[in-house]
Design a protein around this ligand. Structure first.
Ligand SMILES: Nc1nc2c(ncn2[C@@H]2O[C@@H]3COP(=O)(O)O[C@H]4[C@@H](O)[C@H](n5cnc6c(=O)[nH]c(N)nc65)O[C@@H]4COP(=O)(O)O[C@H]3[C@H]2O)c(=O)[nH]1
Length: 765
């Protein structure tokens, strides 16, 4: 478009002037005619001009109309193609006029206009729309722009983005109408929201996600990448991923991974990487190739998780599953595995293998008396000692608690296993070094089983070695025993007895027998010893020598001992009420485990209180070996009993190699000379027993201790004891252990008579 040009005349200027010049010289008529002609021509000319102007205007109008139509067509096309609609909003009437372009019937585009006198904007978006409108009307924004939901023709909410401006004002300049375009942006918003979610997911992912170019240079990465690698994004963009390579893999490893990604468009695996701070971390990686649709270049998306910690925990769990954390020795699981392997080898080579099953003697006592920390130190020291003795090539395992095992592969015969067991026992004679100041001495009992002689599979080898170990224990501990088939019945019985013993109290299968003790000086029954009896519903009557060791091993002796204490006190209290001499004492046997438990003095005091007995009515019997084995604690415990007023007897005296001078330092009242010595005192061939007995009696007298002779079976023995001024005699010659009511009759009869009735026919209980 240019400046409007002046309309040009269809006649050249010379033509208009030329007729005027021709008639310039004519007279009057000639002048009139000429004038008329001239006027006529002028009229014609004017008429022609008017016509021409009219035609021209018509042409211009048509051209303008075409232009307008063209423009309108273009506008329709633009509206239709851009998917926009045209709107006008009347601020006073609050009506919204919407015009859309849509294909008409004749393949043209038609405009459809609808007037909405109740435009519905989503209530959540309404305040925002209002604010933006007000901002525009106040001139705060150059145009009105808003994204909001309106109710569409189908009744559904649709997101629209509207842009518009004022198109009409009133005289005061206030805006009357706004107009503009708007488009549905549902799809756009959906896409934006998906992009936002994807971006948010990437941002919050624990896995590091990095995008690499074809040369394996970083293009992008999420925050987890920085957390994992220690590098900020800007430090790595454009850098090669080898920036993270450590030296845990050879360079070829990384090359092969890249090669695999290039060839297969995908790679996954584990890789050690190095953080910015130099620490290595183990990654699980997944790398996939993608083709950027925009640039058509190939990219790699690398998703990485740090599995260092997970792997460490896995290792730890595997270690815990196979090793004992206290001693670092293989545990039972690992032992079984190694045994299986060793069995396969032995089968191939035709050689033997031995399994040594070790249990520490009296370990329970150490644990109970000196605490678990000391117990743990002992176990660690035992593990070291065992490894030293058997040598590095052999498996030493800790099975549980104080049980260990040694596997001897490739041995010729059982004798070789015996020798190794003996070496172990001797090695434990030297004290174990616990720390700079503490030592402990402990011995093992060892059971031995052999492949192929005794078993074919690890579990049986273990079971048989365990059985043999129990036999070694019962054989006096600190020894080794090889498995024999016959032991099987034994161990089955043991297991059965233990199970039955656990239920003995609740099933009321226990009772006490009482054996009177005779004062030789005046024939009075000074005490009765309470002896435990067990009549098992399944196993019949079991001797204390059989079930007491089982109760001690299993710890059942603690509740059973409490039961004995209570039952003995109850019986004595009943007897007292029945008229028995109140000077009569009841003595009960106390096992090592009971002594070691700090609750025993309180339990004793409580039982006495419960049954209204004075402390002087109770005597506790402890075997000499219990006192010797627990020397450190025994003194304290015994003093607690002395403070209570309860007396203490040393049972089985003479069997435990203790010195009287040691025992003298303990607050004890009575020595009970073991039956083994009494058996020989009246025999003319056995001077040794007689000498020992008289010496013990004499020494005890000088130390102010009372002496009881156990197991007196004959009148001759009794006479010997009387002659040698023994204080008290106990044994079948005086009375067998009696049931409580029988014992009561015995006591009352004895009181009634002049001295004890020597009841050789008394029914044993
Ligand atoms: N051959 C023979 N034996 C005689 C004679 N006089 C007594 N005896 C037996 O010798 C044992 C004496 O008990 P002990 O040395 O304390 O030895 C007891 C004691 O160490 C233990 N025991 C018994 N009752 C209990 C208890 O309640 N608690 C604990 N911890 N141990 C107990 O069991 C062991 C055996 O007890 P019992 O079988 O009752 O055997 C009793 C008794 O019946 C005799 O003239 N000749």
């Amino acid at each position: 478009m240019g400046a409007p040009s002046t309309p040009r005349s269809p006649w050249p200027a010379g033509l208009l002037l030329a007729p005027l010049g021709v008639h310039a010289g004519n007279d009057g008529n000639g002048i009139n005619d000429g004038l008329i002609l001239l006027l006529a021509m002028l009229v014609l000319l004017l008429a022609w001009l008017a016509l021409e102007v009219h035609r021209r205007r018509a042409r211009d109008q048509q051209a303008h109309l075409r232009l307008l139509q063209e423009r309108e067509q273009r506008l329709r096309l633009a509206l239709w193609a851009s998917n926009e609609l045209y709107w006008q909003f009347d601020l006073r009437a609050r009506t919204l006029e919407i015009t859309r372009a849509a294909p008409g019937q004749a393949d043209d585009l038609a405009m459809h206009t609808v007037l909405d006198d109740d435009p519905r904007i989503h209530p959540d978006d309404l305040p925002g729309v209002r604010d933006r409108l007000v901002a525009y009307l106040r001139g705060e924004t150059p145009i009105f722009v808003s994204e909001h939901r309106i109710r569409g023709e189908n009744g559904q909410w649709q997101w629209m983005r509207a842009r518009g401006r004022a198109i009409a004002h009133d005289a005061a300049g206030r805006v009357l109408r706004l107009a503009g375009t708007a488009r549905n942006i549902d799809a756009l918003r959906e896409m934006e929201s998906q992009q936002q979610i994807a971006a948010e997911v990437l941002r919050n992912m624990a896995e590091s996600v990095a995008v690499l170019d074809e040369q394996f240079k970083f293009v992008a990465a999420n925050p987890a990448f920085s957390r994992m690698s220690g590098y900020e994004l800007e430090e790595v963009i454009g850098k090669d991923t080898s920036l993270l390579n450590g030296d845990r893999h050879p360079p070829e490893f990384y090359q092969q991974a890249r090669q695999a990604i290039r060839e297969h468009a995908s790679w996954s695996g584990e890789m050690w990487q190095r953080r910015k701070d130099g620490r290595d971390f183990l990654c699980a990686m997944q790398c996939n190739a993608i083709d950027d649709p925009g640039t058509r270049r190939r990219l790699y998306v690398l998703v990485t998780s740090d599995i260092t910690e997970r792997r460490r925990i896995e290792h730890e769990l595997r270690y815990l599953a196979n090793y004992d954390p206290l001693t670092n020795l293989p545990n039972r699981t690992q032992l079984t595995e190694r045994l299986s392997h060793a069995i396969v080898q032995a089968r191939r080579s035709g050689r033997r293998l031995a399994l040594l099953f070790l249990d520490l003697d009296n370990f329970k006592d150490i644990n109970d008396s000196q605490g678990h920390a000391t117990g743990d130190r002992v176990l660690r020291a035992v593990a070291r000692r065992l490894q030293d003795v058997v040598g590095p090539g052999r498996t030493v395992a800790r099975i549980s608690g104080d049980e260990f095992a040694v596997v001897l592969e490739d041995i010729a015969d059982g004798a070789e296993a015996d020798q190794c067991a003996q070496r172990i026992i001797e090695a434990f004679e030297a004290p174990l070094h616990l720390d700079d100041r503490h030592e402990a001495t402990i011995s093992p009992s060892i059971g031995i089983s052999l492949f192929p002689d005794h078993a074919q599979v690890p579990t049986d080898l273990l079971k048989h070695a365990d059985t043999a170990m129990y036999r070694a224990k019962r054989g006096g501990k600190r020894g080794h025993v090889r498995y024999l088939q016959e032991m099987e019945t034994d161990s089955r019985r043991r297991a059965g007895l233990i199970a039955a013993l656990r239920r003995a109290i609740e099933r009321d299968e226990l009772h006490l027998a009482y054996q009177p003790e005779l004062r030789l000086a005046d024939g009075r029954i000074a005490a009765v010893e309470a002896l435990l009896r067990w009549d098992s519903a399944e196993h019949g009557s079991i001797a204390p020598d059989e079930f007491i060791p089982l109760a001690e091993e299993t710890g059942l002796i603690v509740p059973i001992g409490e039961w004995v204490l209570d039952a003995a006190c109850r019986t004595l209290a009943g007897w007292r009420r029945a008229g028995v001499d109140p000077r009569l004492k009841v003595s009960i046997n106390v096992s090592a485990l009971q002594l070691l438990r700090s609750e025993l003095p309180d339990a004793v005091a409580a039982a006495l209180r419960r049954h209204g007995l004075p402390a002087s009515a109770l005597e506790l019997e402890l075997t000499e070996s219990v006192l010797m084995d627990n020397a450190a604690l025994a003194g304290d415990r015994l003093r607690a009993f002395r403070d209570l007023g309860v007396s203490i007897a040393v049972d089985d005296f003479g069997t435990g190699y203790s010195s009287l001078s040691y025992l003298h330092r303990l607050p004890i009242n009575t020595l009970k000379i073991d039956k083994a010595f009494i058996d020989g005192i009246a025999s003319p061939d056995d001077h040794e027993d007689a000498t020992i007995t008289t010496t013990v009696i004499a020494m005890a007298r000088t130390l102010g201790l009372q002496v009881v002779a156990e197991g007196v079976e004959t009148a001759a023995q009794l006479a010997f004891l009387q002659r040698n001024a023994c204080d008290i005699a106990q044994g079948y010659w005086i009375s067998r252990p009696l049931a409580a009511d029988a014992c009561l009759r015995f006591l009352l009869d004895a009181q009634a008579g002049a001295g004890a009735r020597l009841d050789r026919a008394g029914a044993p209980a």
